[in-house]
Design a protein around this ligand. Structure first.
Ligand code: SF4
Length: 179
């Protein structure tokens, strides 16, 4: 039985701005999100083990999610000077990565089958081994919510968190499935 009050407090203690219980039935693994990945705007499609297509098919995601009953959604919200504040965008991304690593380490102690979905591509290694050799750190690899096929703004609004926090605010989201 997950004590959500405790887990959501832990998420905020790890630095996240917002945290909410995530209803797993709201998770939809959508082909249109995969099409956005395939458009390769982030320049990471087919370049790491954690990104599509290597991270697994939508059918595999659907099958995997059936093993989970509890989950949380977390966000790091940053303040920007304006929409071209690249330093602010980078700082918010760095804060999200740090918060994510801290919370993942804590939750992994409690939930051995933790499934963490983060933000952005895996950048653990300077050069990913994909596709020539297996992942160097398969236990530490995680995919982004988008890479898994989730439409992040919909997951947020379906679970009571805003996706858009207003002008000059930027929110990065992640989720943790607990088992
Ligand atoms: S841990 Fe390294 S080898 Fe594995 S997906 Fe990430 S960058 Fe690639």
């Amino acid at each position: 039985m997950v004590n959500y009050e405790e887990i959501l407090r832990l998420a905020r203690d790890c630095g996240f701005t917002a945290a909410a219980k995530l209803d797993i039935s709201t998770l939809e693994f959508l082909p249109e999100v995969r099409e956005m990945c395939a458009a390769d705007k982030c320049n990471m499609y087919n370049k790491t083990w954690a990104c599509p297509p290597a991270c697994g098919s939508l059918e595999e995601m659907e099958k995997k999610v059936r093993g989970y009953h509890d989950a949380i959604l977390v966000q790091t919200v940053g303040e920007l000077e304006d929409s071209l504040d690249w330093e602010g965008i980078r700082e918010t991304g760095d804060a999200q990565a740090k918060n994510f690593a801290r919370l993942e380490a804590e939750l992994a102690k409690r939930y051995p089958n933790l499934w963490a979905m983060g933000t952005g591509a895996c950048t653990k290694c300077k050069k990913c081994t994909y596709p020539d050799a297996p992942c160097r750190f398969p236990d530490q690899l995680f995919s982004s919510m988008e890479a898994c096929g989730l439409y992040v703004s919909k997951v947020c609004t379906d679970n009571g968190l805003p996706y858009n926090y207003g002008p000059n605010k930027l929110a990065y989201s992640a989720c943790f499935l607990l088992e």
